[in-house]
Design a protein around this ligand. Structure first.
Ligand SMILES: NC(=O)c1ccc[n+]([C@@H]2O[C@H](COP(=O)([O-])OP(=O)(O)OC[C@H]3O[C@@H](n4cnc5c(N)ncnc54)[C@H](O)[C@@H]3O)[C@@H](O)[C@H]2O)c1
Length: 356
């Protein structure tokens, strides 16, 4: 049985990743401070056993795997593991075959644009994570760093100058980088640089992934895809989108993202970053119209000027991803958004409300 460690494993991507690792019969460890993540007690319904261990650990038994959960802040935890601050009763970690570093302050546009210093703590989390990893490299086989398409230069994503983003727009060996998207993009770009250094200077096996707009039925309603789906599930007419709605993204379903994460950690070792995207640009007006059509009614799409919207057009060139991973996304936008609409209907029926 292989052993994996996932930081931020109780978030949107993390929960899907943990579930996939359970199917791969991995013994999984996870740390999450539950700032946006959900406690495993709330979602790990398939657990057949639950045991509280010394050091505040909770071990869940699953049919062919297990989850050891550490509720805590990753920054403080790794500082403690490094003995930079007192360790307290922090657990000793075993050796890991795969470490997936997802923990970060993310949020939708309101947080990225509205409170950039809150997001900048990611620089601290990532630097201490990589310090811990390089100091413990003898007991870590492979690392995956969750970067983002937000690490790409924003001038390549403008109204007049947008291009399908290619991996080589970030090229540390040749000194090629550009202004990324706010403090969130800076932390991801810096995390990629730390990945590059961990691979080159410390000989570690590291992969970076740059997911575009990952979405899914259980994503938080502060993100645009589930929020627009919720409005369509409610039958809103007109249906609103933030900004003009002309801004476009490359939407990739979370289950495809997870497949790509697992392929990337196994196939990339030199710290490079790979896109996770479909290569298709869809704007928010088109997205809202798609939801309305799947919901089976007609509605005008109404812009909400003044709301934060981010860059004009962000989409991938998927060629390098297809070559490196030998794979491309399998869930079409129609199929994926149908699942999100079904999820939105279930939320509506359960009385979940949307902060419009
Ligand atoms: N969802 C996407 O489409 C997408 C796209 C690009 C990149 N990513 C990256 O994937 C990763 C996961 O994103 P997500 O969408 O699941 O976000 P999320 O907010 O749902 O998950 C992040 C998780 O990290 C945890 N966390 C935050 N700060 C922490 C800390 N100091 N210590 C321990 N845990 C902490 C949160 O509680 C949460 O569970 C992030 O690194 C993000 O930048 C996601």
């Amino acid at each position: 049985m292989s052993r994996a460690f996932v930081t931020g494993g109780c978030g949107f991507v993390g929960r899907h990743l943990l579930r996939r690792l359970f199917t791969l019969e991995a013994d999984v460890w996870c740390i999450d401070n539950l700032s946006t993540g959900l406690h495993p007690d709330q979602w790990l319904t398939e657990a057949t056993g639950r045991e509280e261990l010394p050091g505040g650990l909770i071990r869940y038994t699953l049919p062919t795997s297990s989850l050891t959960f550490i509720a805590g802040d990753a920054l403080a935890f790794f500082l403690g593991q490094l003995a930079i601050i007192p360790r307290g009763d922090a657990p000793l970690l075993p050796a890991f075959d795969r470490v997936f570093h997802l923990a970060s302050v993310v949020g939708g546009r309101k947080k990225i644009d509205g409170d950039p210093m809150e997001v900048a703590i990611d620089l601290g989390i990532d630097s201490i994570f990589f310090l811990w990893a390089t100091r413990n490299r003898a007991s870590i086989k492979k690392i995956l760093y969750a970067s983002s398409s937000a690490a790409y230069p924003v001038h390549l994503q403008s109204t007049d100058g947008h291009v399908a983003l290619e991996e080589n727009a970030i090229d540390f060996p040749n000194g090629k980088i550009g202004m990324p998207d706010m403090t969130y993009g800076w932390s991801k770009l810096t995390g990629e640089y730390l990945s590059f250094v961990a691979a080159k200077h410390y000989g570690m096996s590291v992969a970076c992934v740059r997911p575009f707009s990952g979405y899914g039925e259980d994503q938080d309603l502060t993100y645009p895809v589930p929020a627009i789906a919720y409005r369509a599930a409610r039958g809103d007419s007109p249906i609103t989108v933030w900004g003009t709605g002309e801004q476009g993204r490359d939407f990739v379903h979370i289950e495809d993202c997870i497949t790509a994460l697992i392929l990337a950690i196994d196939r990339i070792s030199d710290g490079r970053g790979v896109n996770i995207g479909t290569g298709k640009l869809t704007n928010f007006k088109e997205l809202a119209s798609l939801f309305v059509s799947i919901a089976g009614y007609d509605a005008e799409v109404k812009p909400q000027i003044g709301m934060p919207v981010g860059v004009a057009s962000r989409y991938s060139n998927p060629s390098e991803m297809e070559t490196l991973l030998g794979w491309k996304p399998e869930i079409s936008i129609e199929e994926g958004m149908s699942r999100v609409l079904a999820g939105a209907r279930a939320r509506l029926a359960a009385g979940v409300t949307l902060e419009d």
